[in-house]
Design a protein around this ligand. Structure first.
Ligand code: ZN
Length: 151
């Protein structure tokens, strides 16, 4: 049987720092992140019958709305703060930003593209269950030539 999936791309700007990184990434810096979310139907078949989504895996609008609402909106122009960071500078930065009402997203993982991709995959798998589809893969780009893929 042939396979079919749909993929949508998202971007956001975000700051982070990688505690104890031996290179430049220990510094506070930002990326324009890019993410691709690939969706596949459990059955492998397109929607049938008289459904408004007939012939689709999932309406691109639903894909866009859910990923924006659940992931991208929260991250855009935020500082991603690792709450267990061994670098006290990171806690100081987060404290100052939070106290001055700036956008901070707290996570319990080191904010690498790999951890993000895995975390977003888990969140989205749960979100898309109600559509009877699965998230086949999540790719997160930190630079135009470097991405992590979770599936
Ligand atoms: Zn970085």
């Amino acid at each position: 049987m042939d396979n079919i999936s749909v993929t949508k791309e998202f971007t956001w700007d975000m700051a982070h720092m990688l505690a104890h990184h031996e290179g430049m990434c220990q510094n506070l810096h930002g990326h324009t992140y890019k993410m691709q979310v690939e969706i596949v139907r459990f059955t492998g078949n397109l929607i049938k019958g008289s459904d408004p989504s007939k012939g689709m895996v999932l309406d691109f609008k639903d894909l866009k709305d859910i990923v924006n609402e659940r992931i991208v909106k929260e991250l855009d122009h935020a500082f991603m703060y690792w709450v267990n960071s061994p670098d006290k500078t990171e806690h100081e930065i987060a404290r100052i930003l939070i106290e001055s009402g700036k956008k901070v997203v707290k996570v319990d993982y080191r904010p690498t593209a790999e951890e993000m991709a895995l975390n977003f995959l888990r969140i989205l798998r749960d979100e898309f269950k109600k559509f009877d589809v699965d998230v086949k893969s999540v790719k997160v780009w930190e630079t135009p030539t470097s991405y992590a893929k979770a599936w």
